[in-house]
Design a protein around this ligand. Structure first.
Ligand code: PGA
Length: 251
């Protein structure tokens, strides 16, 4: 059985005080939850403050990005090794905002995934089509490229530590969610690709999250789908009450 991973992607939000408060409130609300794994992904500068709040609560810490080199002259970048060193367990890689706003491509994203794995982190590889790509009927092609490109050179053994987040770009921050059926279809495609790459046994263990306007009132329908193993939540993870409701969708 895959234990769902419910992750809050705080993006470029909060200041030090509000990040601490949100983390403390979530420890109150969610500390000790066992049905799902809970993960918080604040900005780099808030990682340590959030870590102090969540330590020993069972809630995991993750970063929103990392660089693909272990160290050296890369001004402004943060390595996977540094993230592992301060207690991160996960790192989000290839989020659509990094692909489309910052301009990251599958080659760079792949190097980041390999670097995260080499440092013992669990990468969350984000994949998904734009509205134009969906309308053009190339969703399958785009998602296949993101998966095969992003995971090139990853061994089946390391594949076990990878989570995929399917996030249709048209559903992120727009209030438009993929229907549970639409999402499940793409998740099934992804599961098939993982099976081709890593074998059915590893693919069956890997978690595939859905992301894109997940809210307290639509999370259950998504989580009821057989291929959906968690949620990557942006906007609705910034308020403790709404993230608590999402995490406890099963109640
Ligand atoms: P959203 O963001 O929940 O605000 O749509 C999801 C994401 O980008 O990870």
């Amino acid at each position: 059985m895959r234990r769902p991973l419910m992750a809050g992607n705080w993006k470029m939000n909060n200041n030090l005080a509000s990040a601490r408060k949100l983390a403390a409130d979530l420890v109150q609300a969610l500390g000790g939850v066992e049905q799902v794994e809970v993960l918080l992904c604040p900005t780099f500068v808030h990682l340590q403050a959030v870590m102090e709040q969540i330590k020993n609560s069972g809630i995991a810490l993750g970063a929103q990005n990392c660089y693909c080199e272990a160290g050296g002259a890369y001004t402004g970048e943060v390595s996977a090794a540094m993230l592992a060193d301060i207690g991160c367990k996960y790192v989000i890689i290839g989020h659509s905002e990094r692909r489309h706003v910052i301009g990251e491509d599958d080659g760079l994203i792949n190097r980041k995934v390999l670097s995260a794995l080499a440092e013992g982190l669990r990468p969350i590889l984000c994949v998904g089509e734009t509205l134009q790509e969906r309308e053009d009927g190339v969703t399958e092609k785009v998602v296949t490229r993101h998966i095969t490109g992003g995971l090139a050179g990853v061994s089946p053994e390391d594949g076990r530590r990878v989570t995929i987040a399917y996030e249709p770009v048209w559903a992120i921050g727009t209030g438009m969610t993929a229907t549970p059926g639409q999402a499940n279809d793409v998740h099934a495609l992804i599961r098939g690709l993982l099976s081709e790459g890593f074998g059915p046994e590893v693919a069956a263990e890997m978690r595939i999250q859905y992301g894109g306007s997940v809210k307290p009132d639509n999370v259950k329908g998504l989580m009821d789908q057989p291929e959906i193993d968690g949620a990557l939540v942006g906007g609705a993870s910034l308020k403790a009450e709404s993230f608590e409701k999402i995490v406890k969708y099963y109640e």
